[in-house]
Design a protein around this ligand. Sequence first.
Ligand code: TXE
Length: 487
Amino acid sequence: MTVPVFQNFVHGQFLANQSGEKFAVKNPATDQVIYEVEVADEVVQKAAIESAKQGFQVWSAMSPIERSRILHKAVALLRERNDQLAEIEVLDTGKPWQEAECVDVQTGADVIEYFAGLAPTQVGSQQPVGNDFFYTRKEPLGICAGIGAWNYPLQIACWKSGPALAAGNVLIFKPSEETPLGAIKLAEIFIEAGVPAGVFNVVQGAAKVGQWLTTHPQIEKVSFTGEVGTGKKVMQSAASNLKEVTMELGGKSPLIVFEDADLSQAVSAAMLGNFYTQGEVCTNCTRVFVHRSVYQPFLDELLERTEHNIIAGDPMDPSVNLGALISKQHQQLVLDYIEKGIAEGAKVLTGGRALSPESAPNGYFVAPTIFVDCDDDMTIVKEEIFGPVMSVLVFDDEQEVIERANNTHLGLAAGVFTQNIKRAHRVIHQLAAGICWINSYGNSPAEMPVGGYKQSGIGRENGIETLDQYTQTKSVYVGMSDIESPF
Ligand code: TXE
């Protein structure tokens, strides 16, 4: 059966490559090829840069309010097409429909809407200096690059294009080779909304195309979402012409459950932070520290709910809440971590194996897995697994758990559950993490800046400060009197 072939999207339309090179994309829930995509070869790469230059001339000459109006139209189209776009995310990622329908498209649209609203508020300053004065201008950087991961494809494309375009830049975006389609749909929506050709181009491919973006001398900034190891390579390449970088990388985040926590809420957070999107969420709280005095009741409720409330199967079935992992390779990587955990002495409380649900027998599923009897130097406790695998650990006192939670080179997120308001803030202020929740977990509104400490990232996405990260400040000094010169 022939499948559709998608091309790169350059200057407002699809552009064929010359090399003929293309790759297949599978639906992770069926292991079936659903479409093919042409790789951005040199011809496409050159056209994308030329197109971006032309797009930048037009787009940066518009006023922020004009750009804002057009972006708001794109937001309306995203929301109108929520279900069609959500279905594409399900087919590309294997995640449940019940997630994609209410999270992926909406959180993407929210961020573009947020920055479309912020752009016209961006101002410079003016200050007298004796008889002279200076003023500052917030100017766009020019051509920016976005490189996406595969867990929230459309959302990531929106979170990078929103601030970049609102500030007057143009963006060449490369989605993950696992999930190419959402970005193409966004590109079509931008054109339909009136974004000029060349402002948002989509190039397809894997590391090689990514490296082209991170080394190109006319690209001023790269915003990257992906693994820590890849982030380091991107940063090294970006040094070639001193690109600005934003890095949204991996994590191994702690959730700390104190003895006075609302246990049902804490269990909900632990399950959300390990099994939502089948565990493929960078901010996941995969190290769950539970105070010894409530350890058993916590585990009892966690086990009961994990074994009875999680339904794996065809992700398009609205009752399914555990989808397939992104690829067979990734499924195996997660299963290898589970084997490692067992080999190092941790005990599987539930799960620990692949699943083959009746409604999706060929999908790449892993059972929701909970490890107990874990200790801090186990591989499964130290390394990001990026699957539905939770490690539960016991602690006795506050200082001990803070030290253990911080004992990692990562620092993306953290959660604390306690009714003691002083302790909640005292502990969270000592955790080395950029995205923190108290008696909550996972919510990430457009207004809230997100990003990692230590090796979990550089810079932020969302929130007011992110608009600044897509602009540069020019100071203009105006002499109102003659220059005094000794020469
Ligand atoms: O990352 P990869 P994946 C993290 C998550 C996990 C990872 C999973 O924690 O670690 O992302 O996503 C391109 N030069 N986050 O497996 O393999 C590649 O083609 C330039 C954190 O996709 O690093 C893909 O498009 N580009 C995040 C992208 O990099 C290169 C939220 C990512 O690939 C390249 C979501 C190279 N040398 C996931 N090599 C957060 N913190 O918000 C590969 N690529």
